[in-house]
Design a protein. Structure first.
Length: 239
């Protein structure tokens, strides 16, 4: 009888046969999961990711956690994202690098209506560390992740302040992430007209992002999924 691990690998190979293949020079065990995610097969991507996480936990980095947090989000896998977040916080309890703190936190925060208060509060500690020590070219990403954590914890005015710090950035990958966060926070405090204007601009910026199947999409797929998830959440909240 075929072992469960071998069965998963066989099924993964069969599934990938209809998709773009990972580069021949990419030996990372998550390469098939990334390709599945880029092709929009989110349940299959999650299945492969979780298989790798169980068998090769040492292969999972904070960046991987962030990227597949976005996959859980667009797949609306609530149970899966909670398990994923707990696993990430256990593996990376006190990241010393600010980018790892931000990525570990986002492994949960991207999920729509992240309702687990304990996990959301823990994620806020990580983004606070990252935002307060941020510098360099990625500073606005740290600010935006912190704005999202504040929103998840009901700190709407603070969320707006941090989101505003980053929206001056002209990168649509960032603005399409930051603007819907600000929109949801504005809406939560009663500024409904401002919220809808922000959401409209977020959609305009999102429409500038690369389309699936392009090399540019392959480079930024998880950022695009993050924006997609947060914009869709904001649209549901504002309607």
């Amino acid at each position: 009888m075929m072992s469960s691990i071998k069965m998963v690998l066989v099924l993964t190979t069969i599934t990938l046969s209809t998709y773009a293949q990972p580069p021949q020079n990419d030996p990372h065990p998550l390469a098939p999961a990334r390709i599945l995610a880029q092709n929009g097969d989110y349940p299959a991507a999650i299945s492969v990711f979780e298989n790798v996480r169980n068998i090769h936990p040492e292969a999972i980095s904070p960046l991987d956690g962030d990227q597949f947090g976005a996959v859980y989000a667009v797949a609306r896998d609530y149970e899966g994202v909670q398990d994923h977040a707990r696993w990430m916080f256990k593996k990376f309890p006190l990241p010393q690098r600010i980018e790892n703190a931000e990525r570990t936190a986002k492994s949960y925060l991207t999920y729509p209506e992240s309702a687990n208060k304990e996990i959301a509060a823990h994620a806020l500690k990580f983004t606070t560390f990252a935002a307060e020590n941020a510098g360099g070219q990625w500073v606005n990403w740290f600010y935006t992740a912190h704005a999202l954590a504040l929103y998840r914890n009901g700190k709407y005015n603070e969320s707006i302040e941090w989101a505003r710090k980053s929206v001056g950035d002209q990168d649509p990958k960032l603005t399409s992430f930051a603007l819907p966060i600000q929109a949801m926070s504005e809406y939560a405090i009663g500024n409904k007209k401002a919220a809808r204007n922000l959401l409209r601009q977020a959609q305009v910026d999102f429409d500038e992002l690369p389309l699936p199947g392009t090399p540019e999409y392959a480079e930024s797929w998880s950022d695009i999924l993050t924006s997609k998830s947060v914009i869709e959440e904001a649209r549901r909240k504002l309607n």
